[in-house]
Design a protein. Structure first.
Length: 449
């Protein structure tokens, strides 16, 4: 069928010999095999023309790999083919009437179907026509990229400009020599009536493995360009939110210079906090998508470089077309990301400035409050001292009265040689001093405790 499954060279190592090798005597890192095999992940398939290829990229999201593999397993079992191993990220198998290549990426999965190119007008019969429709209907996720690729043999007659115009629906198609002139490529990157883009590749001297590698590059370019453009609608959606936030920040910054007091500052600070929360919401909705799109855009550029394109027949090359189309798109979401970052920094600076202003105002209020408390403490101390003086007088008055009553009783009984008034008069300074020292002693005890 013009398709050969790539072999794993590690399968050829004799098990007895492998047991004597030095690495088997050492404790391996738990990820050693996975890291080593990563360099050989998703290998190209040796292909020979003529061949019909259909490629699908389905956005199924993260965490759905097991579901995707299970669906591929169901197809393999229905077709009587060996299924993928558990947890497989890529699979290639002969399913009888067609071949299937499955790849699981971080957030999407690709399904590539291959079968012999029928001897009839291009794209009248495609590779996906052999795939059960019930299985296709249950594929997990949302279709993002879909392409039909016809690979012509070196001996086949190259399609004329009229034929290409009929296939693509207009003369506005792209064309180039790839692989240093070892193949020709035509496409228009448009969705046709069946929902697929159309690509024609004619081999002009490539070996099977080299042809498989270039076909993989072309299909990856079509997939990664769509993954790159996923950020464009997201950028358009969040742009009004960023614009509204910018206008609010500008208004609040102007109000900040004209605030009349502490309450106004608190109101502005509360509004800035709301804007900051809004910007965090925008960041959570865009940061991953924008970063992923930048990575996909870089992959598109790398694959275009790998094509080694050169112009032919005065046609625009695929690389030139994509660079002109993808550059504005990436510039759009990069500009939104920069606006968001700049606005977040402005909000942070304004909030910091306002917090400093509020802190200074609070410090002034605290200073006034402390001064007021000090004045009240001084007043309370003066009042306390006044009360203490009155207390000494009052207590002394009552004690002297008791002494006078006692002296009068003694005088009446004839037990005093002099007048009771003299005794009362002599007691006044003694009692007053005794009471005063007593109060001072009690104060010292209370202060010590």
């Amino acid at each position: 069928m013009g398709v050969t499954a790539p072999k794993d060279p590690t399968d050829q190592i004799d098990q007895a010999l492998q047991a004597t090798l030095v690495p088997s005597l050492l404790k391996p890192h738990r990820d050693r095999n996975a890291l080593s095999n990563e360099a050989h992940a998703r290998p190209p398939i040796p292909l020979s023309a003529p061949l019909a290829v259909t490629h699908l990229a389905v956005l199924s999201g993260e965490g759905t790999a097991e579901e995707d593999v299970a669906h591929v397993t169901a197809l393999c079992e229905a077709q009587g083919a060996a299924p993928p191993v558990s947890g497989a990220k890529h699979y290639f198998g002969d399913l009888g009437t067609f071949y299937l290549k499955f790849e699981r990426h971080t957030e999407f999965a690709t399904y590539t179907f291959l079968r012999p190119l029928p001897p009839e007008p291009l794209f009248k019969t495609t590779a996906i026509d052999a795939v059960p429709k019930t299985w296709l209907k249950d594929v997990n996720g949302e279709l993002l990229a879909a392409a039909h690729l016809s690979i012509l043999s070196e001996s086949a007659e190259a399609p004329s400009a009229e034929t290409l115009g009929s296939i693509f629906g207009s003369q506005r198609y792209l064309g180039s020599l790839i692989g240093g002139g070892q193949a020709r490529l035509w496409t228009d990157l448009r969705l046709h009536h069946d929902g697929f883009t159309r690509i024609i590749l004619q081999n002009q001297g490539m070996a099977d493995l080299q042809l498989g590698r270039f076909v993989q590059h072309v299909l990856e370019i079509d997939t990664y360009r769509m993954m790159t453009l996923l950020s464009l609608p997201v950028a358009h959606q969040v742009t009004p939110r960023v614009s509204r936030a910018e206008a609010r920040v500008t208004d609040l910054t102007e109000r900040l210079h004209a605030t009349a007091g502490f309450e106004d500052d608190k109101t502005i600070l509360s509004a800035l906090t709301e804007i900051s929360a809004e910007l965090e919401s925008v960041a959570s909705a865009t940061s991953y998508r924008f970063a992923a799109s930048r990575a996909y855009a870089d992959l598109v550029q790398r694959r275009l470089t790998n094509l080694e394109e050169s112009p032919v027949d005065g046609l625009e090359t695929l690389g030139n077309f994509l660079r002109k189309r993808l550059t504005p798109a990436t510039a759009t979401f990069d500009a939104v990301a920069r606006r968001h970052q700049s606005l977040a920094e402005r909000v942070g600076r304004t909030s910091s400035l306002l917090r400093t202003k509020v802190d200074i105002a609070l410090e002034g209020q605290n200073k006034d409050l402390l001064e007021s408390m000090n004045r009240r403490a001084e007043q309370q101390l003066a009042l306390q001292q006044t009360v203490e003086g009155l207390s000494v007088v009052a207590i002394s008055y009552y004690l002297i009265g008791l002494v006078a009553y006692a002296a009068k009783g003694l005088e009446t009984a004839g037990w005093l040689p002099f007048s009771a008034d003299v005794i009362a008069g002599m007691a006044v300074p003694l009692v007053g001093l005794a009471i005063w020292f007593g109060v001072r002693h009690i104060q010292r005890v209370l202060r010590t405790d």
